[in-house]
Design a binder for this molecule. Structure first.
Ligand code: HDD
Length: 690
């Protein structure tokens, strides 16, 4: 049963957590045993015939240990192989019962346990977090009525309109099959050849080339169910619905140069960020939003609402925020939980149904099918992380790795021996499919209403700020300059000229293609909600590198550190060696990183402390200036106090905060702290001239 109380107040315990507890094994202080429970006396040496003799076949302990090890890997996911998950809970703000029967959306007192897995799509399990890619955002709600999976992405549209093209698209974006190059990147010939020859991908490609593909944090990106689903209420009335996740910290991205460097410096950047945020009690939060269209309005729009390459502009159909999800517990074991979780868009509860979106329809087959080989058989629902908290009773039996022991002779329906149980429950809570009227000829065709591939790609382009537009152009240029076949580059520019002549012309500059003579755009509309510039700005959980050495100016630094802490900013001291540094009045600070191990790309902002002696020591390391200059180039906030101002690349300008600015010539903190924090909240200072 779901908890009625708030788990964040109660030791983070949800009904799912209690269920998982039955499977947790704690080995502290325990004797080492084999898998048969036999106590082991020795675990360093295999059983041998004499000290220098051969290992004996009868060494069951060695054989068991080695056999288990030899089989410790399972196939990685065919897509979304690299992912990271966490537990949490969801609660609806107010009852949605006029729209849906789903119990977890009807009762604001109900706390529903969730598990979320974030992922990249193209890369292998061991690839880097910060590649240019779509991010998966898959949520399993363990509801009282069974598991509900919202298997979405951080972009609201998709590359293709029909699931039959999914294998083609994925083959094109994955490393090329003849040489398995490149890893986790779309910057290669086959991806762009696909784009050039499948113009339905144009809208999604705009998103993939935008900053949305480079999230600063899983905690700072939106999520989308992508497809149009259906809400059905107790009277059988249906609404079309699109799902959104809105992060309370706003949407923020890295810059491209930074992502590439982070990929080497800390390939686990996004997963480490999520792990650390949860460990330190900064629980990520996302509000659940819905856009709803009454069934009778299906054909009132310029676009087909079943087309997964189209958004419903928020200005046209507002997003109603209906609840909040909080992630408050890391996994105990990555493999058992994050790797073994199995999502499926077909895991629904009463009140939530499908539509005829041909991409969704195909997904309904694929997800169970893939688990059969990935998780080794039809009983993957019995793996602890996949078990619903609702009871399971049916006549399914046997198969690989069956855990449940079903007593009795009956495993069929209808039966007389067991009083016909387990029995279906019609019209009393049993899932009933929406009785949509369907009629038609069998055809292998796409609806005419899906044929406009460019209008919303143009809508997206028009909605971007100039900075975002420039990033999109640079992304196209980067990717296309990695494409070896000139004719593909040329075709891509021709395709995107249909979106916007300006876009095509700007991409062409520098990649040697000839832009077609088109000056118009496929749409003049714009949707301000699509730009990331208008997002929530908060300093909370931002990471600042504090560059300081011995005899730092205590009076100024300690005050600012206190202010940063109060604002929820995480400050970590970077110096020449680990240990402690001592201030000019004897105060001490713990050094978290050395200039050798830290890089500015791993921080949101830099703070240079005052104190001549310590600064001289820091500056003697060539890395120091590189650290500051790189943060400056990446538009980050740089604060400098007292003598620290001497090493700034520019003494003033957007996001450069100094103790000089206010009281020129005088040393003193003024309102430095609050100005610095305000600048950090801005995330980046795009107007900076470099
Ligand atoms: Fe998919 C995994 C999201 C289209 C077939 N998909 C997968 C995951 C996410 C998505 C987030 C990772 C789940 C996890 O963390 O374990 N997929 C999407 C979205 C799509 C989409 C938002 C379009 C709107 N997917 C899609 C199509 C197909 C698949 C059209 C096939 C017909 N997806 C799969 C899969 C995966 C998968 C092969 C790989 C591992 C898994 O399912 O469990 O079945």
């Amino acid at each position: 049963m779901n908890n009625k109380h708030d788990p964040s107040q109660a030791g983070r315990t949800t009904a799912k957590d209690k269920q998982l507890d039955a499977y947790r094994v704690h080995s502290e202080g325990k004797k080492l045993t084999t898998n048969q429970g036999l106590t082991v006396s020795e675990d360093e040496h295999s059983l041998k015939a004499g000290d220098r003799g051969p290992t004996l076949m009868e060494d069951f302990h060695f054989r068991e240990k080695m056999t288990h090890f030899d089989h410790e890997r399972i196939p990685e996911r065919i897509v979304h192989a690299r992912g990271f998950g966490a537990h949490g809970y969801f609660r609806v703000y107010e009852s949605m019962e006029s729209y849906t029967m789903a119990k977890f959306l009807r009762d604001p007192n109900l706390v529903t346990p969730v598990f979320v897995r974030f992922s990249t799509v193209a890369g292998s399990r061991g690839s880097s977090d910060t590649v240019r890619d779509v991010r998966g955002f898959a949520t399993k709600f363990y509801t009282e009525e069974g598991n509900y999976d919202l298997v979405g992405n951080n972009m609201p549209v998709f590359f293709i309109q029909d699931a039959i093209k999914f294998p083609d698209f994925i083959h094109a974006v994955k490393p090329e099959p003849h040489n398995e190059i490149p890893q986790a990147q779309s910057a290669h010939d086959t991806f762009w050849d696909f784009v050039a020859n499948n113009t339905e991908s144009a809208h999604m490609v705009m998103w993939a080339m935008s900053d949305r593909a480079l999230p600063r944090s899983f905690r700072m990106m939106e999520g989308f169910g992508v497809h149009t689903f259906r809400f059905v209420n107790a009277e059988g009335k249906a609404h079309f619905v699109k799902f959104h996740w809105k992060p309370t910290l706003g949407m923020h991205s890295l810059v491209w140069d930074e992502t590439q460097k982070i990929a080497g410096k800390d390939p686990d950047f996004n997963r480490r960020d999520l792990w650390e945020a949860i460990e330190s009690g900064n629980y990520p939060e996302y509000e659940l939003g819905v856009q709803m269209i009454p069934e009778e309005d299906e054909f009132k729009f310029e676009f087909d609402i079943l087309d997964p390459t189209k958004i419903w502009p928020e200005e046209l159909i507002p997003v109603r925020l209906i609840g909040k999800m909080t992630l408050n517990k890391n996994t105990d074991n990555f493999f058992a939980e994050t790797e073994q979780i199995a999502f499926h868009p077909g895991h629904v509860v009463p009140g939530i149904d499908f539509t005829n979106d041909p991409l969704l329809q195909g997904r309904l087959f694929s997800y169970t099918d893939t688990q059969l080989s990935r998780l080794g058989g039809p009983n993957f629902h019995e793996i602890p992380i996949n078990r619903p908290i609702a009871p399971v009773h049916n006549n399914q039996r046997d198969g690989m790795h069956r855990m449940t022991i079903n007593p009795g002779p009956v495993s069929y329906h209808n039966n007389g021996i067991a009083g016909n149980s387990p029995h279906p429950v019609p019209r009393q809570g049993g899932y009933e499919h929406y009785t949509e009227k369907v009629e038609g000829r069998k055809v292998r065709r796409r609806s005419e209403s899906f044929m406009d591939h460019y209008s919303q790609a143009a809508l997206f382009w028009n909605s971007m700020s100039e900075v975002e537009k420039q990033h999109i152009v640079s992304a196209f240029q980067f990717e296309l300059s990695k494409v070896k076949r000139k004719e593909i580059r040329q075709r891509v520019v021709e395709v995107f000229a249909n979106v916007s002549g300006e876009l095509a012309a700007r991409i062409s500059e520098g990649i040697g293609t000839i832009p077609p003579q088109i000056s118009g755009t496929a749409s003049t509309g714009s949707s301000p909600a699509l730009s990331m510039m208008n997002t929530v700005k908060s300093p909370k959980t931002r990471k600042v590198a504090v560059l300081a050495g011995n005899r730092f100016r205590e009076q100024t630094l300690f005050g600012v550190l206190t202010e940063l802490q109060a604002a929820g900013v995480i400050a970590e001291v970077v110096s020449t060696r680990l240990g402690e540094i001592t201030g000019d009045q004897g105060g001490r600070l713990e050094v978290m990183h050395t200039l050798l191990s830290a890089d500015s790309v791993l921080f949101d902002a830099v703070l240079i402390a005052g104190g001549k002696e310590g600064l001289e020591e820091l500056v003697s390391e060539p890395k120091l200036l590189e650290f500051v200059n790189e943060a400056f180039r990446h538009y980050k906030t740089i604060g400098a106090m007292d003598e620290g101002t001497a090493i700034l690349p520019q003494k003033e300008g957007p996001g450069v905060i100094t103790t000089l600015t206010e009281e020129a010539g005088k040393i003193g903190p003024g309102n430095f702290g609050s100005r610095f924090i305000e600048a950090i909240a801005q995330h980046r200072h795009w107007t900076r001239k470099k």
